[in-house]
Write a protein that binds this ligand. Structure first.
Ligand SMILES: *Cc1c(COP(=O)(O)O)cnc(C)c1O
Length: 395
């Protein structure tokens, strides 16, 4: 039996963790210290986009480790310039700032929008964000997020975020004032339960932003880097960002994030933004190798094929157990269960050697490696079907 929590460790209890201890990983599989094997359909919340310890990453890490780790943010370095030029070319935006986590990239996006408001919009600073959105865990990105459980935590948080219901442009229109500088959103709310933005809603947002000269900030920390079947999710949507943030899969498992903007919007001056580890040679070199692999057309085709295959399989399972809808795109998928049993399923899956995640009590989320195989999807579906039967039998 896996115990629900290990109380004796020196790690702060900021999450409920099972007592197992992870040791190594390879592709879609991880192994704990007891030698038990798990099929990983979380991949550190999608960060290991090429799976665990992919040879491309091991090579990139090894070669850069012997060359240079950190030249200091006071100097340019080769890999940083190269990664920035790839991101600029692919996003059709041309200014990049590197950071170490998604929250830090979003924090920078908020700062940039506020500075832009000071210079170009009569000091406008308010940012419209959405209920159930997730933008990170710094005080300001918590304030921007629409997680109901966070409302009372760590008060007072940063002011200036107006929260409205997602997929409802009427409420966005009502929230715009002369203090508004930007609208910030995820194209698929990941932590919120894999809720996609509707196409009509996005078109409306674009119109509202055009009409009131607002910036569009798209948080693609979860949807970016090939996860939804295109390099960036916005490329398959009716809107384009003025400011884009990336994280999670960008480093293939190493900590790196990016804030990208058009040159029209970039108004940072020396001293406005920075960080000791930001844009270091080591992580930017590895990220450049990761993105090159994702840009291999066969990889994005594979993401779309596997996404469709998994969607069909989940749909069949859903019908069998009278569950709800399959949501999401590419390899960011969720199954609505229509009943609060996701925690039980996740727990039992762990026992059976499958790692999946429950963003909500009635939702399962799947974030496998972008290189996951059809056989691995079949194994996952088998375990999941078996686990659900067990959970129902125990009820
Ligand atoms: C994970 C996530 C973040 C926060 O990223 P961290 O690296 O944990 O700080 C922000 N926005 C979205 C959409 C995310 O999924």
């Amino acid at each position: 039996m896996i115990k629900s929590q290990q109380r004796s460790s020196n790690i702060m209890e900021t999450a409920i963790r099972p007592s197992i201890i992870m040791r190594k990983g390879h592709g879609s599989w991880v192994y704990d210290t007891q030698g038990k094997k798990y099929l990983d359909f979380i991949q550190g919340w999608g960060v290991n986009c090429l799976g665990h310890t992919h040879p491309i990453m091991v090579d990139a890490i090894t070669s850069q480790a012997g060359l240079m780790l950190n030249a200091s943010p006071a100097f340019y370095n080769e890999p940083q310039l190269k990664l920035a030029s790839i991101l600029a070319e692919e996003s059709h935006m041309n200014k990049v700032f590197f950071a170490n986590s998604g929250a830090e990239a979003n924090e920078g996006a908020i700062k940039l929008a506020r500075k832009w408001g000071q210079i170009h919009a009569n000091g406008a600073y308010e940012i419209i964000t959405f209920n159930h959105s997730f933008h990170g865990r710094t005080l300001t990105t918590m304030a921007a997020s629409g997680k109901p459980q966070w409302k009372k935590l760590f008060e007072p948080k940063t002011p200036g975020f107006i929260k409205v219901p997602f997929n409802n442009s009427h409420h966005v229109k009502k929230a715009v004032s002369d203090k508004t500088v930007a609208i910030m959103l995820e194209l698929i709310q990941g932590e919120g339960g894999v809720i996609p933005a509707k196409t009509a809603f996005l078109k409306d947002l674009k119109d509202i932003a055009d009409q009131h000269h607002l910036l569009i900030i798209i948080d693609e920390i979860q949807t970016g880097m090939g996860r939804t079947g295109s390099l960036f999710a916005f490329q398959d949507s009716p809107i384009t960002p003025d400011i884009l943030t990336l994280g999670k899969g960008l480093g293939g498992g190493l900590p790196i994030s990016a804030l990208i903007s058009t040159s029209r919007v970039d108004c940072f001056e020396p001293g406005d933004q920075g960080g000791t580890f930001n844009g270091n040679s080591f992580v930017t070199h590895v990220a450049a190798k990761v993105i090159k692999e994702i840009l291999n057309p066969s990889v994005l085709t594979h993401v779309n094929d596997m996404g469709q295959y998994m969607k069909d399989q989940l749909h069949t399972l859903s019908q069998k157990f009278s569950f709800g809808k399959v949501r999401g795109k590419g390899l960011l998928l969720a199954l609505g269960l229509g009943q609060p049993i996701s925690e039980k399923i996740v727990k039992q899956s762990l026992e059976e050697g499958l790692l999946i995640n429950a963003p909500k009590p009635d939702t399962l989320r799947f974030l496998p490696s972008l290189l996951v195989t059809k056989e691995e999807v079949d194994i996952m579906m088998n375990i999941l079907g078996h686990v659900i039967q067990q959970v129902f039998r125990k009820k």
